[in-house]
Design a protein around this ligand. Structure first.
Ligand code: RAM
Length: 387
């Protein structure tokens, strides 16, 4: 019964999403996809269910700040930009999809920027372009915490509102961070999965994205912090490898890990690109090495399973479409002046509900979407068509 209701909600939401196009000027094309619900809390792998977030509300009564806010720059038109880490990453596409959906519903103009490569340099060039065209706000997933500061400060000095999502830029480079999930909870959740899948002892490795990515580095640090506990004394982290969120590089790095560490038991990839590449390598090679991390259900469905023929027993993620949606509401609210990004301020993000801005660990402020969800053999079929 619960499943039927959930499916009906999902179908309706997916249809609505497909029907919604992009109202952006410079968008990279419309994309389709589903709605933003999480696995039910009792469907987690291992003890992951405890951490799972309740499904987001599928109501349709969006209540967002109006788009009649102030304009900035030379164009005289209010327009909202989203600048992701790189092109060609389906996770980024999902964030863009959520952002566009909210902007379209508001009749607002959105601009989508996707650099060819996941570098700070490529993003700086695009920030400068957005400033020159007189954008009203920039929402960015940082390829580097500090390197974007001069460009983003220049934007803010000109009245452009700046927030970040997914991967933070430093506190001085933004007004607010839309954080997908608490850093500690991601570190604890992934470390617990590594512990569970290794049986508490042996070698494991991390396959990350780029070495400068703020989000991956924060999660890796959080995992290392957790690992200091005596409970994890039997685990040996042999290497942190970087696949740069490129598929082939992530494949190569996975193969190198298998060659260099014959006793390796588990790879943890806190990146959707990395985990998918590693899953394929391990499964194709019939490797006994197991995998966990952060992955898109749509890309990982073939690899998730409890038996030896599957490389990934279970993994986690949040809803990337919801991050895009929440980021859009934040951008709208910053531009219309209903929030400034200060701790304690509240705003309503449509169906996502009410959010309160709080202090972030890096000295800036943030809003947190919610805890990571577990994707397991029991629920992957249900979610693979959603995101
Ligand atoms: C990749 C990106 C993104 C990260 C996800 C989990 O798509 O690196 O920044 O949040 O994985």
């Amino acid at each position: 019964m619960k499943k039927k209701l959930l499916s009906a909600i999902l179908c309706a939401a997916m249809l609505a999403s497909v029907l919604a196009g992009c109202g952006g000027n410079g968008g990279s094309g419309s994309s389709t996809g589903g709605d933003a619900n999480a696995p039910a809390a009792d469907e987690g792998g291992a003890d992951a269910g405890d951490d799972a977030q309740a499904p987001s509300d599928a109501g349709d009564d969006a209540q967002a700040p109006s788009d009649a806010g102030e304009t900035s720059g030379d164009s005289g038109e209010t327009s909202y930009a989203i600048l992701v880490k790189s092109a060609g990453n389906p996770y980024n596409k999902k964030m863009i999809e959520g952002f566009q959906e909210v902007m379209d519903a508001q009749g607002a103009t959105c601009v989508v920027k996707e650099p060819e490569e996941a570098s700070a340099e490529a993003q700086i060039k695009m920030i400068n372009e957005l400033v020159a065209q007189g954008i009203s706000s920039i929402a960015i997933a940082g390829n580097d915490a500090d390197a974007l500061q001069p460009a983003l400060e220049q934007a803010m000095n000109q009245g452009i509102k700046v927030c970040c999502m997914d991967s933070a830029v430093n506190a001085d480079s933004r007004q607010l961070f839309v954080n997908q999930a608490g850093i500690e909870i991601i570190g604890e959740t992934l470390m617990e999965a590594v512990y569970d899948i290794t049986g508490g002892e042996g070698q494991w490795a991390i396959l990350s994205a780029t070495s400068q990515a703020t989000n991956q580095n924060a999660w890796i640090d959080a995992m290392k912090q957790v690992m200091e506990d005596e409970k994890y004394a039997g685990l040996e982290l042999v290497e942190v490898a970087y696949g740069d969120d490129e598929y082939q590089k992530s494949v190569d790095q996975t193969q190198a890990l298998l060659t260099n560490y014959p006793d390796l038991k588990v790879i943890c990839a806190p990146t959707t690109v990395g985990i998918m590449a590693a899953a394929k390598v391990l499964q194709d090679e019939n490797s006994s090495v197991k995998l966990t991390g952060l992955g898109l259900p749509s890309e990982m469905a073939d690899y998730i399973g409890a038996d030896d023929t599957h490389s990934c027993p279970y993994m986690y993620l949040w809803n990337p479409i919801d991050i895009g949606r929440l980021t859009a509401y934040v951008s709208l609210a910053l531009v219309d002046g209903s929030i400034t990004g200060a701790s304690g301020e509240t705003f309503t993000a449509g169906d996502l509900g009410e959010y309160t801005i709080s202090e972030a660990a890096d000295g800036g402020t943030e809003v947190v979407l919610g805890p990571p969800f577990a994707f397991t053999p029991d629920n992957i079929e249900e979610w693979k068509n959603v995101y």
